[in-house]
Design a binder for this molecule. Structure first.
Ligand code: SF4
Ligand code: FE
Length: 492
């Protein structure tokens, strides 16, 4: 069992025949494509840091199935310490990439599947848990990245899966054979799908008896016959195609990635099936995966938040206003909000408990509160960052202007000279350094990383209303009424 390095991971992707489309064209060499590559670099960081002695404790774990050392992204949490280390690992990776590093969806899917398949087998005498464990052993042995795929297109939200006019709008089984099943449909907004070796597919909502064909969970390689992906575009993405743009891109090394993943009649052999018609467990799988992913946001978004706060503080320093009390107070507020999010991630981990399978799960109420806060606080953190940075972060001339030798000035100054002169800061940094921080902030607040920091904070791991439903279910209002009655001496 060997854990891959970042470089080995990138090379391993070249062996896949994943079918990728972008801007209406098929992309054959997607590994080196300038728009896609930063998101691959981001996942590579989850491999790279696992080899650094200083991060070994956070980035690796001991497999409870084989006793071997594995990347924590493939681990089944064995106690609340594991749950906390997961959040700390995600904060670290957010700090190192300032982006969505994508590999968590698979990790969260593993942990949800592990406990749910165990409970399906207990009720129905099926063999899903064994299937899943064998699959997971392969994932650990080969140190694979697996995309947890949950979100169906859903069509008319007022109708159940079996009631849709076009049944493909929820992924379903279209054929059952002796040796497996054939599935059809799509998963959308899939984080990290192109960069993953395998996909682990789950249903997207609770289901009833008429939705049996939609209650399906399985794993398949990302280049399975009949599977293809359409890359999701991001704000400012074509800046990455310009010849001189590393500063304008803001974060030229790392980025996130989403895609529409289509299953156009994909065959899945029996050994990779983890749910096939047990509709009464669809809700449990969804709830657990969502719970784990809502915990995750208390790590990853906090790490990216650390970079936003750092960039805002640097912008203030380069503008010469870092001593102003109003600026200091905004940085305090940003830190307070960010650490509150982290507290939620740690709290739902600390309050975790053992499931029937032996794997540990977070406290679901606190995980949902964690994510609910994340639909709000990053927006306020970004607002304060933009306040501190000033309008320059969105009005600057391009990098090409700063490099231009075209003479325009009265004394023969070039466009580059003029831009340098008028965008100079307080003298402790070069103009270029000041521009770099502004572009990083633009990237984090509005550009490609905003997918991972802002809008994803709203909708990733479920939109705000999904958490409110869970908070309502877990909030025990009846129990609280009893408390009030006891204090008020109301007897019935
Ligand atoms: Fe991981 Fe966060 Fe990206 Fe989800 S949004 S995959 S938790 S980095
Ligand atoms: Fe996400």
């Amino acid at each position: 069992m060997t854990m891959m390095t970042g470089a080995q991971y990138i090379e391993s992707l070249r062996k896949l025949n994943t079918r990728v489309y972008m801007f209406g064209e098929k992309i054959d060499n997607w590994v080196d494509h300038p728009i896609i590559r930063p998101s691959i670099n981001c996942v590579a960081m989850t491999y790279e840091l696992a080899h650094k002695p200083e991060y070994e404790d956070l980035m690796t774990a001991t497999s409870h199935m084989t006793g071997e050392k594995v990347n924590r992204f493939t681990n089944i949490h064995q106690n609340t310490e594991d749950l906390k280390k997961k959040v700390k690992m995600q904060r670290l990776l957010g700090q190192k990439t300032a982006s969505c590093f994508q590999r968590c969806v698979g990790m969260d899917a593993f942990n949800a599947e592990y406990s749910t398949t165990f409970e399906i087998d207990e009720k129905y005498g099926t063999k899903y848990h064994e299937n899943f464990k064998e699959f997971l052993k392969m994932v650990q042995r080969e140190d694979l990245t697996v995309d947890g795929a949950m979100t169906d297109p859903k069509g008319n939200r007022a109708k159940a899966p079996h009631d849709q006019e076009d049944l493909d709008l929820f992924l379903r089984v279209v054929e059952r054979r002796e040796d497996g099943i054939v599935v059809r449909g799509a998963k959308c907004h899939q984080t990290g799908s192109i960069n993953s070796h395998w996909h682990l597919v789950m249903p997207t909502i609770s289901m009833g008896p008429l939705d049996k064909d939609f209650a399906v969970s399985f794993a398949c390689p990302s280049d399975a016959e009949g599977m293809y992906m359409v890359y999701g575009r991001q704000s400012c993405d074509t800046r990455k195609l310009e010849d001189i743009s590393d500063i304008d891109v803001g974060n030229s090394q790392f980025g996130g990635q989403e895609a529409l993943v289509v299953f156009d009649d994909v065959f899945v052999p029996n050994e990779y099936i983890f749910m096939n018609g047990e509709y009464d467990f669809a809700g449990m799988l969804v709830e657990r995966f969502a719970g784990f992913h809502r915990q995750s946001y208390g790590g990853c978004k906090v790490g990216v938040g650390d970079v936003v706060i750092g960039a805002a503080a640097l912008a203030a320093e380069y503008n010469g206003v870092e001593k102003a009390s109003a600026v200091k107070d905004k940085l305090i507020e940003m830190t307070h909000l960010n650490e509150t999010l982290y507290s939620c991630g740690i709290a739902c981990s600390t309050e975790g408990h053992k499931t029937a399978s032996g794997g540990y799960i977070i406290d679901l109420l606190l995980a949902n509160v964690c994510k609910q806060n994340i639909t709000r606080f990053p927006y306020e953190i970004v607002r304060l960052a933009e306040d501190i940075a000033g309008g320059m972060m969105v009005t600057l001339p391009s990098q090409k202007d700063f490099k231009s030798n075209l003479k325009v000035g009265r004394n023969g100054e070039t466009i580059g000279d003029i831009c340098e002169k008028y965008f100079v800061g307080n003298g402790i940094c070069s103009t270029e350094e000041r521009i770099k921080v502004m572009r990083l902030l633009e990237n984090l607040c509005l550009g490609t990383a905003a997918v991972g920091y802002r809008t994803e904070s709203m909708h990733g791991a479920g939109s705000p209303q999904a958490q409110r439903i869970m908070i309502a279910r877990q909030g025990n209002i009846q129990g609280k009424k009893e408390l009030a009655k006891a204090i008020a001496r109301i007897e019935k």
